[in-house]
Design a protein around this ligand. Structure first.
Ligand code: HEC
Length: 144
């Protein structure tokens, strides 16, 4: 049984050590360039803007953030390729090969191109080896 004094020392010691580990890991995380920000072109910025103004996150997740109605899109460029994604975004009719509907945005070639550039940039982020994120509810909707 620890005395009150020992318990206090144990608490303070434990708190200090874990706090220092936390600070150390934070410095380590910020020290790495995981975002390859030098590759953010104007097209990537326009794509991000389209992503935000069209409520894509109302249905999709990116980097795990968003809603779970539709597929995770962090690695969509790997999974589907440029042509497929442009077709999904430019088609004038709702894209729904598996029942759930993707909004028919009817984007222009340029807008679809900007979205693709944004997805390429997201794809290039260093995810610490975390290769593929899939929303649990959308998993059955992805066929590969
Ligand atoms: C109303 C919900 C909804 C919104 C909003 C939405 N999507 Fe989708 N999206 C879906 C669904 C559902 C699918 C899956 C269709 C299927 O079954 O293949 C999909 C599929 C996709 C795919 C193909 C993914 C794959 O793995 O096959 C891409 C790319 C995509 N959406 C991009 C976007 C972008 C970019 C936006 C915003 C501009 C957006 N979506 C907004 C519902 C939505």
């Amino acid at each position: 049984m620890l005395s009150k004094k020992q318990a206090r020392a144990f608490f303070l010691g434990g708190t200090t050590v874990t706090f220092l580990i936390f600070i150390g890991l934070t410095i380590f995380s910020f020290g790495k360039d995981q975002t390859h920000k030098e590759n953010i072109t104007e097209s990537v910025v326009r794509g991000k803007h389209l992503w935000e103004t069209n409520n894509c996150m109302g249905c999709h997740t990116i980097l795990g953030e968003g809603a779970y109605y539709a597929p995770e899109l962090t690695k969509v460029i790997d999974r589907r390729g440029e042509g497929y994604i442009k077709a999904v975004l430019m088609t004038p009719v709702s894209w729904q090969p598996n029942g759930r509907k993707m909004v028919a945005y009817g984007m222009s070639e340029q807008e679809a191109e900007d979205m693709v550039e944004f997805f390429k940039w997201i794809d290039g982020i260093d995810l610490n080896g975390f290769e593929r994120i899939v929303s649990p509810l959308a998993k059955d909707k992805i066929d590969n």
